[in-house]
Design a protein around this ligand. Structure first.
Ligand code: CTP
Length: 406
């Protein structure tokens, strides 16, 4: 693994962990990256700029003698140069400034101006890390796509024990490599994903639904987004936070999902249907709450919902790749293969939901990717990792079929 040609801007803020950042600089240089260090005034109290200058072989930017005119030139140059902007250690103060968009020194000004991905390695006292303000700032930054590593737990410099210690330099460097090597192989592609469970109304306060959490659909959405795709998620009921950086269309029932898919499908290249769709809905939806009549049975009459994946398959356009899911409890591969043909899919992801670590609500999955050509077993792994494998196989299928613009 090398980082030849990559330019990394490293912001160092004032914390005792600043000395560890010297190690980050030498490792990055060793891997071939260019490193440009910006130190806050407080950071220079902990480590001498000369240390970073020697290790990076570049001038170190500090605020010590800089005039505002100097910032203006220098911060724009570094903000543009960066392939990745790392802040390690990141104090509660810099996280707060980044959240609010405050630009009152070289580091905060440059990080505000950059378009590069940003990685922060927080380091602070446990009380500061767990403070509501810091939690909220970190949540907002994560939502905006800022990557974070750590902090780790352990004995802190202030004598407290708990979360707040900066991650070790080798872990930070590994994360830097991961971020810089995220492939952009879906750039220019439009990906439509369905996720979560449909709800089929019985009355204003009741519905029929299923156990789908939305985790697999969201893992796919995040993976496709990170690989450069323009992602739309048609989203039923879910029990996990919505992914950032994707367009969300919220639906409730299978009929809503059908409408959304008919409208969205024509403009997408890749369509992945991970939603758990109710096959039946109550024949009648009561306008007011159904009242209990003691001693009487209620018999619900259900009518069949449209098969949305089949409807999408019937309208498949040239150059589109269609992927479905099959949650099965028995004869997994045979049932899934039938669905592949019936719904005119290019690939179906079959799950045996009876296996431990597979299916609904779990963070992991076990799957078989089935195409007309055969089956690929995907062993127990995180849903995110499986999402990337599914996307890899979709791209392989598209290459084989010579889809336009691939
Ligand atoms: N699906 C759909 N519309 C439905 C039912 C399912 O679009 N009414 C989609 C799902 O999103 C999934 C695939 O079809 O991608 C297979 O779903 P599954 O529930 O496993 O299959 P069904 O066709 O409903 O068959 P069965 O319930 O009998 O196993």
């Amino acid at each position: 693994m090398n980082l030849n040609g990559k330019e990394i801007v490293l912001g160092v803020t004032g914390g005792i962990a600043a000395y560890k950042s010297a190690e980050i600089v030498s490792r990055l240089r060793h891997l071939g990256a260019g490193v440009h260090v910006i130190m806050t005034r407080n950071a220079t109290e902990f480590v001498s700029p000369l240390t970073f200058q020697t290790l990076s072989a570049n001038p170190v930017v500090t605020d010590t003698f800089a005039s505002p005119e100097y910032w203006n030139v220098e911060h724009v140059a570094l903000a543009k140069l960066a392939d990745l902007f790392v802040i390690a250690p990141a104090t509660a103060n810099i996280l707060a400034k980044m959240t609010a968009g405050i630009a009152d020194d070289m580091l905060s000004t440059t990080v505000l101006a950059t378009r590069a991905p940003i990685l922060v390695a927080p380091a602070m006292n446990t009380g500061m890390w767990t403070a509501k303000a810091t939690r909220e700032n970190m949540r907002i930054l994560t939502e905006r796509g800022v990557h974070r590593i750590g902090p780790d737990s352990g004995m802190l410099a202030c004598g407290d024990e708990g979360a707040g210690r900066m991650s070790e330099p080798d872990e930070i460097v590994r994360e830097i490599i991961r971020i810089l090597h995220i492939s952009r192989d879906l750039a220019g592609k439009r990906v439509l994903i369905t996720a979560g469970a449909t709800r089929e109304r019985l009355d204003p306060v009741r519905f029929l639904t299923n156990d789908s959490s939305g985790k697999m659909g969201f893992a796919l959405a995040e993976a496709a987004r990170d690989r450069g795709a323009e992602v739309t998620v048609v989203c039923g009921n879910v029990s996990v936070p919505l992914p950032n950086g994707v367009r969300i269309i919220a639906i409730e029932s299978a009929l809503d999902l059908l409408d959304a898919m008919m409208a969205e499908c024509p403009s997408n290249d890749i369509i992945i249907q991970a939603a758990a769709v109710a096959d039946y809905r109550p024949e009648k939806v009561a306008e007011t709450k159904i009242k209990k009549k003691s001693g009487e049975q209620i018999i619900l009459k259900l009518v069949e919902n449209p098969d949305i994946a089949k409807a999408v398959g019937e309208r498949k356009a040239a150059g589109q790749t269609l992927v479905g899911f099959a949650a099965e409890t028995d004869h997994v591969n045979e049932n899934a293969q039938q669905k592949l043909r019936k719904k005119n899919l290019d690939m179906i992801v079959a799950n045996d939901v009876t296996q431990k670590g597979a299916g609904f609500n779990s963070d992991t999955n076990i799957a078989t990717l089935i195409t007309a050509e055969g089956c690929i077993e995907e062993p127990l792994q995180s849903k995110r990792k499986l999402a990337d494998s599914i996307l890899d196989h979709i791209l392989m299928l598209r290459q084989k079929s010579g889809s336009p613009s691939d």
